[in-house]
Design a protein around this ligand. Sequence first.
Ligand code: CAA
Length: 257
Amino acid sequence: MGYDNIQVATNGRVGIITLHRPKALNALNEALIGELGRALDAFEADRSIGCLVLTGSDRAFAAGADIKEMQALGFPATYTDDFVTSWERLSRCRKPVIAAVAGYALGGGCELAMMCDIILAADNARFGQPEIQLGVMPGAGGSQRLTRAIGKAKAMEMCLTGRTLTAEEADRFGLVSRVVPLSGLMDEAMKVADTIAGLSLPAAMMAKESVNRAFETTLAEGIRFERRLFQALFATADQKEGMDAFVEKRAASFRNG
Ligand code: CAA
């Protein structure tokens, strides 16, 4: 099955999804989100893939939910259809996902980036939750994930005024892991993704699960959860290989099991 609103590629053990609705700055409509969900399902099921990269164009990662599609919606349909729920497929992704963000990441675009595990920003990236300017508010986790990422004061200002952050501010506030020149964004994202994909997949998946647990539980519960996953990894061949390789002073060759 082909895709009209995204482009999908693989490079070694890395799956790459490029949002591709150039005429609408990658505005997130139902068709695009459906295709994104299908692409994620396929990469999740593909044992040869160890890490994903989600990106857009140089001008826009995504300029938010499709306003033209939402314009005529009323409450009953918004409530019963709950269209934003399908976006959460990305946050349920079990393999690591890197967002490579250039240009606008606004509204749902910023929310999509925040559902990823690592955000790499190009120096022209702009992050914002401008929904308030449309008479609404963030609806795909923005008020929650942004607050956890950069704290109440800064998240409040963004959600209440629609102010956007430059890439440098997003870096300083802790929203992104790094800023790189636009021309080097994909190379850098692929470097990070290749590194992750070359490690033990169960270890990477459990590390991701454990970090995410920190947002949903107490410190004591989180530490207990982490300990169980740490112990579980001693049942994998990759733990033997990783530690044997260190002791034997050679590169490890993980088999993802
Ligand atoms: N939905 C639908 N179409 C969009 C869009 C969006 N979110 N963002 C941009 N577009 C379209 C424009 O309508 C325009 O199409 P036409 O040429 O057919 O008119 C095209 O993309 C190019 O956009 P602009 O001409 O506006 O480009 P610009 O460079 O002048 O401005 C921008 C760029 C500042 C990003 C501006 O497009 C903008 O403000 N976009 C809307 C951003 C926004 O409000 N996002 C939040 C959406 S609500 C949401 O996301 C809800 C949620 O949390 C789930």
